[in-house]
Design a protein around this ligand. Structure first.
Ligand code: ZN
Length: 100
């Protein structure tokens, strides 16, 4: 194994539980620890560089504002959350099947 030169390592921001406390539509992303999932727009947000700031930026995007406004006018928000929970518990399955 070749040793990596000691480059300046960027410290990546990771998802914190605090984020979902602050914004109840923000959940852990399945992509990586450096992503957060917005259950309003159904989008994974990269938070690696800015962390909190990235989320704040996302919340101000027209897409998010539009979605959150349309959700507010929908009475069945609770069923939406339940669906999201089911999706999160899904696991990726890598099945290595070899054809003979
Ligand atoms: Zn969003």
């Amino acid at each position: 194994m070749a040793a990596h030169p000691p480059k300046k390592q960027k410290i990546m921001q990771k998802f914190r539980e605090d984020y979902s406390k602050e914004w109840n539509f923000i959940t852990k992303s399945k992509l990586s620890e450096c992503h957060a999932r917005c259950s309003i727009c159904d989008t994974d947000i990269k938070i690696g560089s800015g962390g909190r700031a990235d989320l704040e930026k996302h919340i101000k995007t027209p897409k998010h504002v539009l979605w959150s406004n349309s959700l507010k006018s929908t009475p069945c928000v609770s069923s939406f959350w339940q669906k999201e929970d089911l999706q999160v518990s899904e696991q990726l399955n890598f099945s290595n099947t070899f054809s003979y």
